[in-house]
Design a protein around this ligand. Sequence first.
Ligand code: GLN
Length: 455
Amino acid sequence: LATHFLDRIEKSDLNAFLHVDRALTLAQAAEADARIAAGTATPLTGVPIAHKDIFVTRDWRSTAGSKMLANYVSPFDATVVEKFRAAGMVTLGKLNCDEFAMGSANENSAFGAVKNPWDKNAVPGGSSGGSAAAVAARLAPAVTGTDTGGSIRQPAAFCGITGIKPTYGRVSRFGMIAFASSLDQGGPMAQTAEDCALLLNAMAGFDERDSTSLTPEMGGIDEDYTRELGQPLAGLRIGVPKEYFGEGLAKDVEDAVRAALAKYVEMGATLVDISLPNTALSIPAYYMIAPAEASSNLSRFDGVRYGHRASEYKDLSDMYRKTRAEGFGAEVKRRIMVGTYVLCHGYYDAYYLKAQKIRRLIAQDFEAVLNGPNAVCDVIMGPVAPTVAWDLGDKSDDPVAAYLADIYTLSTSLAGLPGMSIPVGFGAKNRPVGLQIIGKHFGEAKLLNVAHQYQ
Ligand code: GLN
């Protein structure tokens, strides 16, 4: 298996992988063989997996798609990497992504764009673009991604694969290079919901090394995420938010999503019209909160502790300045500036605090329809993105256009809810369309079955 995928990776021209090391992978595969022979295998033993280059690895470089970390090798493995190794999975290498996971098209990677395997003129989505492209092109059967505001769901949609962003705190952030810590959440991406459930079984769980990891008291218990697979959907109430079907949604995407909803009705579900009134505010709120946290998280890249350092400088301040000017790309710098600005004394209340209040309102919108005394639905469905994958280069010099395309994924992240994308057909230019399924906190097992029934 490992050889099969390594050969495919070698022949691929998608730029999905940043670092592959055949000998390392084959050594892990030999260990897996031994384990299978010894009868101590798990269901995942010997199955190859590749990691988004946001997860640090001891044996492969960890770049976060940034020149800042171009040659960085971590002294330890991320918890997620460790857990998959413990299950016997075989690491294929590291996957391209937007720099520090900031982006929606994978065009912000310092190591070049990734091509969408369905159409090489299209972006694969982002920031987990390499991850989604690798699964779609059958370069890996399973991959990891991270989702801060849609980076698992949107590339999964653009590449026609399945991905789940779990409830915030389910999957350890230890060893996941930080972007916006109150939003960042890792998750699996694969061909099917069933595969994602098996992967989540190994990936999720309390980790004392992550201060926001869900403790068992908070509900972060080890679960079997496959346990609901196969249950009929009769009686399932699907909330359909009107704000997700308004102006800006392309007709081809709407048609595919509505056709998928009709299939759910055939399976016995009922559709309920709902409203998530603060949806539009998710864009300004997210694009203040995420950059604010990023500006703080990225202060650690000072040329002393990690990665790149400018080669010539006059004094310490000059070294910091030149190191950061050289190491970070344009989008990362833009966010550090926005983030620093909204956190400034004098602007904090007007911007950052306001954004936090909006975040609460957005969470309450979901709470009302999913959990409150007047709850009307069990899951929510809608599009993942307003359009299918756009052409390479199309939005690369217009950051705001890219931000606006995040409209349907940001609120889920701000509310900490689990969300998925499953492929439900093709839109314009025969490019894939994804259906988004959003659940209650801790509702992954149900979400995965709802997705599984469609597949
Ligand atoms: N597109 C969003 C951004 O650029 C989301 C990225 C993510 O989820 N990592 O911030």
